[in-house]
Design a protein around this ligand. Structure first.
Ligand code: CA2
Length: 148
């Protein structure tokens, strides 16, 4: 197991980042975010791996794989944040550090975004910092796994 790996999981529709609704999600693409986080991770002496899926089961498979491969998880579960007991249950099986991430601040948006199934199983929540939140979360995850 590579104890220094951070897995960044992105859920439904986040493959479209930078292409639609820039007023909410900004102009960065997932590829540009990955590049910035990889550069940062290298500087911090850890590794980062990105995964994205529009399918709940595939996200659960990624979490299961992380159980033996990754020391920390950063997860933007997209709309599944507000609906998925299955992702909540999968995250409970992961023993490393978990950061829930949102580009926007769901609490400042529609009421249906105010409930999260991820927050109760996350160690930290990052929301509303835009795409920069991924770098902040990478920094926090690196700190946590290096001091563990
Ligand atoms: O703010 C976030 O990161 C969210 O997790 C994004 C989800 C939303 O359902 C959550 O409430 C908050 C939606 C992701 C949709 O991604 C798009 C990206 C580009 C264009 C359109 C949608």
């Amino acid at each position: 197991m590579s104890v220094q790996e951070i897995l960044v999981i992105n859920g439904p529709n986040l493959n479209l980042l930078g292409q639609r609704q820039p007023e909410i999600y900004g102009y960065d693409t997932l590829a540009s975010i990955e590049e910035k986080c990889s550069t940062l991770a290298k500087e911090l002496g850890v590794s980062v791996r990105f995964g994205q899926s529009n399918h709940e089961g595939a996200i659960i498979d990624m979490i299961h794989e992380a159980r033996t491969k990754s020391a920390a998880l950063i997860i933007n579960a997209g709309a599944y944040t507000h609906t998925s007991v299955a992702i909540h249950d999968a995250l409970k099986t992961f023993e490393g550090y978990i950061i829930e991430l949102h580009i926007s601040n769901p609490h400042a948006r529609e009421e249906f975004r105010h409930t999260s199934w991820i927050s109760p199983v996350a160690h930290a929540v990052m929301a509303g910092a835009g795409a920069y939140g991924y770098e902040l979360a990478t920094r926090l995850a690196a700190e946590k796994i290096k001091s563990a």
